[in-house]
Design a protein around this ligand. Structure first.
Ligand code: FPP
Length: 232
């Protein structure tokens, strides 16, 4: 049990790796390396708490605008994470899915992502949804294009879009956490967050530890969720 009200799916914008590193005189890539370590930690805690889905924003469609050296480092860290962790993830019953566009990614990375999704697909302790080369607007556009391609519909409804999202079987996140104090959504899960609760903390992602995670969950547990209705 993870609290008083249902909490199955948490989305996290893991922001602040760069600032965290610079604050201690290190380079930005060091911050991302520590960010990966923290993801492992938060994933473990999520399992302990009985969370069923964790969606993390690892690389956005806008992140290509960063210097090539940083983009390369993020690609490298992502690949290393997948290669080094796959057996551990499997042993711990973790399923991995990826959300985002494959075009722009290197062929060997795409192959690795496909193989890992396949290898871990029967695991059911938790699903880690890694948003990589992901944009919320792009996801909606891709969904609409899939509908156009697959059906002869002239008018579509919400269910059509829902059914063509990257992960149409994952329920909407009840809680979105953003680290490092920015009050914006940055193109993350635009469709799915219609009724999500938000928790924003000043902590940078590498310092968002168990204690901070529990603060986010306890804040969520105090919310009154009305979904546009009235409190009964
Ligand atoms: C934001 O920090 C973070 C990112 C753009 C990438 C997040 C990536 C990781 C935690 C590592 C890679 C992920 C996996 C799954 C291996 P920032 O660089 O925008 O920080 P800043 O706002 O302080 O500059």
């Amino acid at each position: 049990m993870n609290g008083n009200i249902s909490l199955n799916h948490i989305g996290i914008i893991m922001d602040g790796n760069g600032r965290w590193a610079l604050k201690q005189g290190k380079n930005r890539v060091y911050g991302h390396t520590e960010g990966v370590k923290n993801l492992k930690n938060i994933l473990e805690i999520s399992i302990e708490l009985g969370i069923k889905y964790l969606t993390v924003y690892a690389f956005s469609t806008e992140n290509w605008k960063r210097p090539k050296s940083e983009v390369d480092a993020l690609m490298f860290l992502f690949k290393e994470y997948l290669l080094n962790e796959v057996n551990n993830l499997n042993k711990n019953g973790i399923k991995i899915v990826f959300s985002g566009r494959k075009n722009g990614l290197n062929d060997s990375l795409i192959k690795l992502m496909d193989d890992i999704e396949e290898k871990l697909k029967y695991n059911d302790k938790i699903t880690l949804n890694i948003a990589f080369n992901y944009g919320g607007r792009a996801e909606i556009v891709d969904a609409v294009n899939k509908i156009i391609k697959e059906t002869d519909k002239k008018i579509i409804d919400e269910e059509d879009i829902q059914n063509h999202l990257y992960q149409s079987n994952i329920p909407d996140p009840e809680l979105i956490i953003r680290t490092s104090g920015e009050f914006r959504i940055s193109n993350f899960l635009l469709w799915q967050i219609a009724y999500s609760e938000f928790y924003i903390t000043d902590k940078y992602w590498p310092e968002f530890n168990k204690e901070e995670f529990m603060k986010a969950i306890s804040s969520y547990n105090k919310r009154e969720r009305k979904f546009g209705g009235l409190k009964i």
